[in-house]
Structures are given as C-alpha cells and as structure tokens.
Write a protein that binds this ligand. Structure first.
Ligand SMILES: Cc1cc2nc3c(=O)[nH]c(=O)nc-3n(C[C@H](O)[C@H](O)[C@H](O)COP(=O)(O)O)c2cc1C
Length: 187
C-alpha cells in the first residue's frame, strides 16, 4: 500500500489549510488505497533552512532534519496543500522542500491550492520548477479553490463542491499510477 504524505503548507494562526488538508486526509483514507501520513508543517516547526551542507549530500547535522528526512523517505507519494501569498507559494512549503533532496526524487506529488480570485493558481505555477528541481513528478489534475472560507460548514469542516471532489479523486488515481511507474526507478 503506497504511503501518502499530505503536507499542510500554511503555518499561520487561523489558517484554512487545516480544514482543507483534513478533507484530503478523509478522502484518501476513505479511498482505501493509501497509508496516510498527515505532515503538519506548523507542528514539525522546521526553522528556516540552516543545514551547513547541501542536502544532496544527505549529511544532516540537526535532529529535526534527520527526523524530516526519515519521514519523507518513508513516503511514496505526496499531496502538498498550500495557499497563495502575494502571487506565489506560502513560504513553509518551499522551506520544507529545501531541507532534503534524494528523499523526494522520483516520487509523485499532487497540489491542492487555494487563494482569492486566483484560486492559488499562481502559487501552483511558482512551485512547479521547485518540485521539478528535486525530482518530484507532478500530477496533471490539481485542486484549485477560490474563497475557500465560503465552503466551511458550521463545525469548520471544508465541504468540497463536485468539481473539487472529482479533481481530488482523479489526483489520487494519478498518484497510484505514477507511484507504480516511478517505484522501479527508485533505488
Ligand atoms: C500574506 C498573505 C498574502 C496573500 N496573498 C494572496 C494572493 O496573492 N492571492 C490570493 O489569491 N490570495 C492571497 N491571500 C489570501 C489567502 O489565499 C487566504 O488568506 C487564504 O486563507 C490563505 O491560506 P491559509 O489560511 O491556509 O494561510 C493572501 C493571504 C495572506 C495572509
């Protein structure tokens, strides 16, 4: 069973990232094809990347980097859930990527993005070259949500519309296919 890591990529107080990531988690768990690990970057609390060596050497000096490395290495596929800030990605997700190298290589990733009018499309576009640099392979379908606050129910849970649910389902299918194709290429 592929291990799917869902990365919660906003760390600010009052973030909508949490209910959106919880929707992804519920959906992936109900799907039944994944062993899901929710990686909340607020809990993980990595400082700004401060390792002295280039991550491609895997020569980490901090306990928190070793823990992050072990957790990412154990994953077979990823969903990155992150918002758009100032026409680009929110910074925590880029920082979490920068810490590591080989742990990402030849693994699939799907994006779940949100924002105002943009629905997070500029954040998604900005992160594409970053994930390519570490060898992640992005799915074709990617979830984009505008004004996500309108989709919270009275308990604060994110309720997807039909299109968002369809895209997430297609993304999960694609993660399974890409994991199967890329797995033999991983060491
Ligand atoms: C610093 C900051 C910059 C933002 N810039 C944009 C933006 O450029 N485009 C956009 O559509 N929304 C922008 N927003 C709105 C966010 O997409 C919205 O607040 C969303 O809830 C942020 O996700 P979060 O709550 O998970 O942090 C910005 C929000 C913040 C806090």
């Amino acid at each position: 069973m592929p291990k799917l890591m869902i990365v919660v990529g906003s760390v600010r107080q009052g973030r909508i990232a949490e209910p959106i990531a919880q929707w992804a988690r519920r959906t992936a768990e109900a799907d039944g094809r994944f062993d899901v690990d929710l990686a909340d970057l607020r809990e993980i609390n990595l400082p700004m990347m401060d390792e002295p060596n280039h991550p491609r050497l895997g020569d980490y000096t901090h306990r928190y980097t070793m823990d992050w490395s072990e957790r990412v290495a154990a994953a077979d596929a990823f969903l990155f859930a992150f918002p758009e800030y100032n026409y680009s990605f929110a910074p925590a997700i880029k920082n979490a990527i920068d810490y590591l190298s080989a742990e990402w290589n030849r693994k699939p990733v799907g994006f779940i993005n949100w924002g105002g009018n943009s629905a997070g499309t500029r954040a998604q576009t900005a992160l594409r070259p970053v994930v390519a640099a570490v060898g992640l392979v992005i799915t074709k379908p990617n979830v984009e949500i505008n004004f996500a606050q309108k989709q919270l129910d009275d308990d604060g849970a994110f309720i997807p519309n039909e299109q968002q649910a369809t895209v997430l389902a297609a993304q999960l299918d694609e993660l399974v296919l890409l994991d199967g194709a890329l797995r033999p290429l991983r060491g």
